[in-house]
Design a protein around this ligand. Structure first.
Ligand code: 1CP
Length: 333
């Protein structure tokens, strides 16, 4: 077992695990260099030479306890035949969606299309940099993936609410996506992923009366599936108001909180390990402020299983030296 897995079982007291959401990416000059030469993002995610290299770049620099495979939650719509392009400043732009065609896609077709991703997972899992460390596999939760597939663009840019009216179509598509998500996760585990994180980045957009159906139920089905494979699963239902209800219903091994969540308050209500919460903007400001915040988290969670991480992805303008400072604050005793 890895130190994080032991820690989650309550056996590695005093250990302060840390990894960073989006740790492999645009704030690293060595990533930008590769990205500049590889304009097609999906193709880059399917490149078995470059993906392991990019995944391990942050581990070459920092004392992180886990790597997260360099990929994207939108590899799922890509594997289901929807066109996915990443435009500068706009984010992802998706093509037309044909649900009928998706219904004809077999598990074998799906797995073949993403085989390079799974090959990369295998290569990374054997790296010397990951000895006694975790490799985090991940997927988007069905609701978040459905939103991108039907909205065809980030909800940040525009949100067309028309598709939200067809409740039967939504339910049917969520179930379809849930099955492919399980397959995608299973393939990553079979190839060496030792922890799974589920990103429900747009859970916060779901109205209360649909939360159970669109968010809780779908996350639970996947969590149950991953638990049966004996792999810890972290849920990140970003933006939901009530983490307590989510945890009670879904029962993940770890709950990742966003930067609008008060860590002290959540601790009083929740009885499973917690991850994240620290505002990514703090890594853009002064060292003094960052130090104060890290010390606050150390104090709050001194007797509680907690994985240091941010409350959302690291910002592209973050200086690698601040990341090093952040990790050293956590690791020094
Ligand atoms: O260079 C570039 O322009 C590409 C930027 C980029 C990167 C580095 C995208 C496009 N995706 C990724 C990698 C990625 N995405 C990883 C692996 C790297 C790591 O974490 O170290 C992971 C885990 C993701 C997950 C992801 N992709 C999420 C969930 C987390 C979150 O931020 O909420 C989401 C919503 C996406 C969609 C996506 N992919 C890329 C962008 C810019 C976006 C966000 C679009 C939006 O704002 O709606």
């Amino acid at each position: 077992m890895t130190p994080i897995q032991l820690y989650l079982l309550g056996k590695n007291n005093g250990f302060r695990p840390v990894w960073i959401m989006r740790q492999a990416g645009r704030y690293l000059p060595e990533f930008r260099k590769i990205r500049k030469k590889n304009k097609n993002f999906i193709k880059l995610c399917l490149n078995k030479n470059l993906v392991p290299k990019i995944t391990l770049q942050p581990l070459e620099r920092f004392k992180l306890d886990a790597a997260i495979i360099f990929s994207d939650i939108l590899m799922l719509p890509y594997a289901l035949g929807q066109d996915v392009q990443f435009e500068k400043n706009l984010g992802p732009i998706l093509g037309d969606l044909n649900i009928k065609e998706i219904k004809n896609i077999t598990n074998k077709d799906f797995s073949m299309k993403l085989k390079p991703v799974y090959d990369s997972v295998k290569i990374v899992s054997k790296s010397r940099l990951l000895v006694n460390k975790d490799l985090i596999g991940f997927a988007g939760s069905p609701w978040t993936i459905l939103l991108y597939m039907m909205n065809k663009s980030s909800p940040k840019n525009k949100l067309s609410s028309k598709f939200l009216e067809d409740k039967i179509l939504i339910k049917e598509t969520l179930d379809l996506l849930c099955n492919f998500t399980k397959l995608h996760i299973h393939n990553q585990i079979k190839n060496g992923a030792t922890i799974i994180q589920l990103f429900d980045s747009w859970a916060g957009l779901v109205k209360n009366n649909y939360l159970e159906e669109y968010v809780f139920k779908q996350n639970k089905k996947i969590v149950d599936f991953v638990k049966r494979l004996n792999v810890p699963v972290i849920c990140f239902p970003k933006g939901i108001k009530n983490y307590y209800d989510f945890v009670k219903y879904v029962k993940p091994n770890v709950i990742s909180i966003d930067y609008n969540t008060n860590p002290k308050k959540i601790l009083k209500k929740i009885n499973i390990p917690i991850q994240g919460g620290i505002n990514p903007k703090l890594l853009l400001g002064s060292k003094k402020k960052l130090k104060k915040e890290v010390e606050k988290y150390i104090e709050i969670f001194k007797n509680y299983p907690y994985i240091f991480n941010l409350g959302h992805g690291i910002l592209p303008e973050t200086k690698p030296l601040m990341v090093e400072y952040f990790i050293n604050l956590i690791k020094q005793k």
